[in-house]
Design a protein around this ligand. Sequence first.
Ligand SMILES: N[C@@H](CCC(=O)N[C@@H](CS)C(=O)NCC(=O)O)C(=O)O
Length: 221
Amino acid sequence: MLETIDMSYILYYSPGAASMAVHWMLIAIGTPFELRLVDIDTGAQNAPDYLRLNPSGRVPTLVIDGLPYTESAALLMLLAERHPEASLAPAVGTPDRAKWLEQMIYLANTLLPAMRDWFYAAKDGEPAGADGVKALARHRIEHAWDSLDGMLATGAPYILGDKLSTVDLLAVMLMRWSRNMPRPATNWPNFGSYIARMRALPSFIELNAREGLTEWLNISA
Ligand SMILES: N[C@@H](CCC(=O)N[C@@H](CS)C(=O)NCC(=O)O)C(=O)O
């Protein structure tokens, strides 16, 4: 008998936040899911009910079959494992899989924390030291853009080559976050056509519509 997985998903999200890549993946997979708003602009992430689900008071939280899980990159990897039919991660044991693991961890380990420092330096740490933290974060973010931009220099359509993967979903969410930074990702030479291609994906357009986002939908933004 075939083993079946119960596809019960509830995503707690805030528009444009770290939940965005997970929301995008759920849309791309085409699996049913329920979306619940946790508006971080109004402090909804600190409501007792939400903290019971996710004690860190952050989004995303993805409830799978009644149990809550967190960390955007891990959720993307978990969804790739649960939905191999979506082909958003290379097969286990292939050289591409090694590259996928490397890039997912690089984004989660390097770029995501630097973004957190850029946006939350004064909240997470001493406000008086925020400028120094932000300067280092900016340096790390721009170094990461150099590295990713280099991977696209071959003219390949996606970061891992010919196939769209969770690396692209995570990277594009992070690129979007840079839109009001001193040097947005759109300034890097190989990102222009890549970002335009990613923005044109029906799943990305649908994602923006569902989250009510209107910024960064064309290359000049
Ligand atoms: N490492 C976490 C970061 C989550 C995170 O920092 N989320 C932000 C939004 S982008 C948040 O919930 N901020 C609300 C707060 O810190 O109060 C992940 O990737 O899921």
